[in-house]
Unconditional design. Structure first.
Length: 367
């Protein structure tokens, strides 16, 4: 029965799609399975080109993917492990910053040439605020969550003009990555972070690794620069990507309504580099310069900055003092090198700019 099936159905298929070279070079051990090669006409071309028969290998594909060890933990065990990890990190940070174990670094006075470190914050969203004159402003809420200094790199080691400080923000889940890849966090005595940013600082603004950073690092009224990755828009045309006008909607135009038109001239006979054409839009790092700080919440460590900020909600952004020359007048005498929660300075729950209208104040006054 098997021989009849092969002679009637399989041999015509092999004769049609397989060349004689395949049958000639087929190993003797695989001769009973010659019908498996029906349809592989490209195999004959490879054999004729190489004049040799490679060793056959079969890949076994598994349907079920490998599971992570924590997928089978109960909710109670997950909460217990997170609690234990948090307590361990707190004890590790406290021992790292203990003045009896390691002397604190000296604190210097602020100068006009000083460059402070920045922070890593989480973008929460936007909301409106009003000034005392009745003008409405849209502000972005940035939360400084679990931000610590990780490492100090001197000017000689960095190979640049200034020293550098590595700052990490937002703790990472203990179930995500192996501990072997996070030696920098162990050295600083802090939990693992989702994002690590580098800031250029002057020698008088260095901070000891392991020091926490808060929203009170800034003050209302000063200006900051915010860096983040923009939202990816995918492949877009010239009208959305570059704001082209497009072609007319009628009068002889056919399927060219959103096209760019001519991209070069006959004399040039080429397309110049940098020509604005369709392509991928977004998903790149951009910086917004000169954003004013309107309000700071010291309890939840939230910074209210003017205008919009690149990136989607819950993305991580870099916030630092503004580099614009016009903003230096407003950034004088900040907390230097940063705000220390265990210091003598006690702050209220909310810090407002003097132009902001507070809803606890009366809106109408009589004289």
């Amino acid at each position: 029965m098997q021989e009849g099936f092969e002679s009637v159905f399989l041999q015509p298929c092999v004769a049609k799609w397989c060349s004689p070279a395949v049958k000639l070079h087929l190993p003797l051990a695989l001769s009973p399975y010659w019908h498996l090669f029906a349809g592989f006409h490209w195999l004959a071309e490879e054999i004729q080109a190489q004049e040799q028969w490679g060793q056959l290998g079969f890949l076994v594909r598994h349907i079920n993917s490998a599971t992570w060890w924590h997928e089978h933990l109960s909710e109670e065990n997950v909460e217990f492990l997170k609690k234990i990890t948090t307590e361990e990190y707190k004890a590790q940070t406290a021992s790292k910053l203990c003045p009896l174990k390691d002397e604190p670094w000296p604190l210097n006075e602020w100068t006009p040439d000083s460059i402070r470190v920045g922070v890593v914050a989480v973008k929460l969203g936007m909301m409106p605020i009003w000034t005392k004159s009745g003008k409405k402003h849209a502000v972005t809420l940035l939360k400084v969550q679990d931000c610590h200094v990780l490492r100090y790199v001197s000017k000689e080691d960095s190979g640049g003009k200034t020293a550098k400080l590595l700052v990490g923000g937002k703790n990472l889940s203990p179930f995500c990555k192996p501990e072997s890849a996070h030696q920098i966090f162990k050295e600083a005595g802090v939990p693992r972070k989702q994002k690590v940013a580098t800031f250029n600082v002057t020698d008088d603004a260095i901070i000891k690794p392991g020091t926490p950073l808060y929203a009170a690092h800034f003050r209302p009224g000063q200006f900051v620069d915010v860096t983040a990755k923009t939202i990816g828009k995918g492949f877009q045309g010239v009208m959305k990507r570059w704001g082209f006008k497009g072609q007319p909607a009628s009068h002889g135009q056919t399927k060219t309504h959103r096209r760019p038109g001519a991209i070069s001239t006959n004399k040039a006979s080429k397309v110049y580099r940098g020509k604005k054409m369709p392509g991928k839009m977004g998903n790149v790092y951009r910086t917004c310069f000169g954003l004013k700080v309107w309000r700071i919440n010291t309890i939840h460590d939230i910074i209210y900055v003017n205008g919009s900020v690149p990136g989607h909600t819950n993305c991580l952004v870099k916030v630092r003092d503004s580099k614009l020359p016009t903003c230096k007048e407003y950034n004088k005498n900040p907390p230097f090198p940063t705000f220390f929660a265990d210091g003598d300075e006690k702050l209220p729950e909310d810090l407002f700019d003097e132009e902001i209208f507070q809803f606890t104040d009366p809106s109408v006054t009589y004289t």
